[in-house]
Design a protein around this ligand. Structure first.
Ligand code: 9MR
Length: 576
């Protein structure tokens, strides 16, 4: 066992998180306010290193090693309030301390930090777990003892007998006809499979592989395909991508929005869910997202061509057909049809989906004339990417690879670069202003993925500018997720001194195992959603505090493929 895991486990046992209680005041008496907060995994040796100290504690802080020796002493900054936490804190900057090891931070008047490490591979175990998490998410496959250890389970949802829903019926495939659409990952804590969310998830993992092929090759996740010629993460991506292409209707190229039961099943294991499964209504967003993802895969999978004969060409054909369908059906906006109540992934604005697909198709074919013809500058929303807001994925595909430079005209290149840098600069300035040393200012559903996606944007800005300040801010996003946040949580299951435990996930609730499956990033604080169980349980009202580690809180404590993929993208950037 690595030392961090064992120390973390001990710390975890001693310090049960504040969790959810009936206290509703933002009172300084809660233990979480008194603790020194660090990234609970740690910091890379040469990276910026900041801990957060409560205002009430002394200005002098010490770093202590595992033999209890003081190895570093420093003085904090002035206290300042962060609007999202509602509390005043000081920063302890120990960036110049670069001795690898395991440490805690002490400060008079505050509780010691959880243990953390400093070394050059500090996030390796976490990265492996974050990728392995998708294996556990696989539908239609048994999770074996050999690959899944104590999380072994029977296969669920073979999806070889899926019904055409009324909303998806056409001249060839009639209501009630049966198709086969096997494989793929479950979306989240539920067992349905949604094209829109699969697309951004697969894109983010492909993007990580594209930017870091050697790192991808060396990352071993112990999955059934391990040992073939492909990196494990590529095998994992293919498990979902191969399902995604089955969601295209061969008759017209349209793409079903989702494969789902009519309503959510109970909190049962996958093989115990006997609800009938349907493919539901084609949508413009699903067609464009599939086109964009397949076009991206066409480029990223090129080095693996010999092992995947014919695959890239067939992905490009799928992309072309989906693109053509969307041209003919430009505004089929998805809403759950009557009688269907599972996740909607509905989006009222799909011009950014057109922009994303057009960019990816152009990058794969070189044919800007054809694909960019109807795309306007206002189709691009220069905001942190998320499932309903995807144009930045196309922009990053372009910006990250210098060889793509000449595929667009000069004005358009400048438009993309300048506006992208403005977006990154906003994150950078939010980071620099924040006493909690984090760029995050928005707390929607899945806010933790906003933090991770900011990190990916910031790393892209670094690549095109060479400004290392962007790396510091991107790493700050990671530190926020891993414990340097007002609630003191490491938001990834199974990692850190105080990791989230009771996530909203059917398998984790139903498997009878006390600890959750490791490697999952939960959604995190949600300042907007109302109505779920957490609403009455939040300890505090400030946006970054509206989170609850109970499985009933689907608005704050669910897990999802698009949140883990953002974490993976950021981790690959930080690690490599
Ligand atoms: O991530 C989605 C979030 O942006 C939406 O606000 C929310 C409500 O529509 O849905 C989230 O996605 C959920 C999906 O609909 C069903 N599977 C679980 C997803 C994560 O909570």
């Amino acid at each position: 066992m690595n030392p961090i895991t064992s120390i973390s486990a001990a710390a975890l046992a001693m310090t049960l998180a504040a969790g959810c209680s009936s206290n509703t005041s933002d009172s300084a008496s809660n233990p979480t306010f008194g603790r020194i907060k660090t990234d609970q995994i740690g910091y890379e040796t040469k990276s910026a290193k900041i801990a957060i100290i409560p205002d009430s504690a002394s200005d002098a802080f010490q770093i202590i090693d595992i033999q209890d020796n003081v190895v570093y002493e420093g003085v904090t900054s002035q206290a300042d309030e962060w609007f999202a936490s509602g509390t005043k804190v000081k920063q302890a900057d120990f960036s110049d301390f670069m001795n690898p090891g395991v440490y805690i931070i002490k400060c008079k008047g505050a509780d010691n930090s959880y243990p953390f490490a400093i070394n050059d591979n500090v996030y390796t175990d976490l990265t492996i777990a974050a990728v392995k998490a998708y294996y556990y998410w696989r539908s239609g496959m048994e999770i074996t003892q050999e690959h899944g250890g104590k999380f072994a389970r029977a296969a669920g949802h073979p999806d070889t007998q899926v019904k055409i829903h009324k909303s998806a019926a056409g001249p060839k495939r009639k209501e009630g006809d049966i198709i086969s659409s096997p494989g793929g990952w479950y979306d989240a804590g539920d067992y349905n499979k949604y094209i829109v969310n699969s697309s951004i998830s697969v894109w983010e993992m492909l993007n990580a592989v594209e930017l870091h092929p050697e790192y991808a090759k060396n990352l071993k996740t112990n999955i059934p395909e391990s040992g073939n010629n492909l990196p494990d993460i590529v095998d994992e991506i293919l498990y979902n991508l191969r399902w995604m292409v089955t969601m295209q209707d061969p008759a017209d190229g349209g793409v079903y929005h989702k494969l789902t039961s009519l309503s959510f099943c109970g909190m049962v294991m996958p093989d115990k869910d006997n609800f009938e499964r349907y493919v539901v209504k084609k949508s413009t967003a699903a067609a464009l997202d599939l086109a964009a993802t397949c076009a991206k895969a066409y480029r990223v999978l090129e080095p693996y061509d010999a092992d995947l004969p014919g695959l890239r060409d067939s992905l490009m054909k799928t992309a072309e057909k989906a693109w053509d369908w969307a041209q003919k059906n430009p505004s089929v906006l998805f809403r759950n049809p009557e009688g269907v109540s599972t996740g909607e992934y509905g989006d009222g604005f799909v011009r950014d989906e057109f922009a994303w697909a057009a960019m990816e198709m152009t990058l794969s074919t070189g044919d800007a004339k054809k694909y960019m013809k109807d795309i306007k500058n206002e189709d691009f929303n220069f905001s942190i990417p998320a499932w309903p807001s995807v144009s930045m994925l196309g922009v990053m595909s372009y910006l990250n690879i210098p060889a793509h430079k000449d595929k667009f005209d000069a004005d358009f290149q400048a438009f993309m670069k300048d506006n992208f840098i403005k977006l990154a600069d906003k994150c950078l300035s939010d980071y620099e202003k924040c006493s909690y040393a984090t760029p995050i200012v928005d707390f929607p559903w899945g806010s933790n993925s906003v933090a991770a996606n900011q990190g990916i944007v910031l790393f892209t800005a670094y690549r095109i500018s060479g400004n290392t300040k962007y790396i510091e801010a991107a790493e700050a996003d990671l530190h926020y997720l891993l414990g340097r946040n007002p609630l003191d949580y490491c938001y990834v299951t199974g990692f850190g001194g105080n990791s989230v435990k009771d996530v909203h996930d059917r398998r984790c609730v139903a498997d009878g195992i006390k600890s959750p499956i490791p490697g999952y990033l939960c959604g995190g604080p949600n300042a907007t959603a109302r109505g779920d169980i957490a609403d009455s349980l939040y300890l505090y009202k400030a946006p970054a505090m509206r989170y609850c580690d109970v499985n009933g809180s689907y608005t704050t404590n669910e897990i999802a493929i698009n949140w883990n993929s953002a974490l993976i993208g950021l981790l690959f950037d930080v690690n490599d």
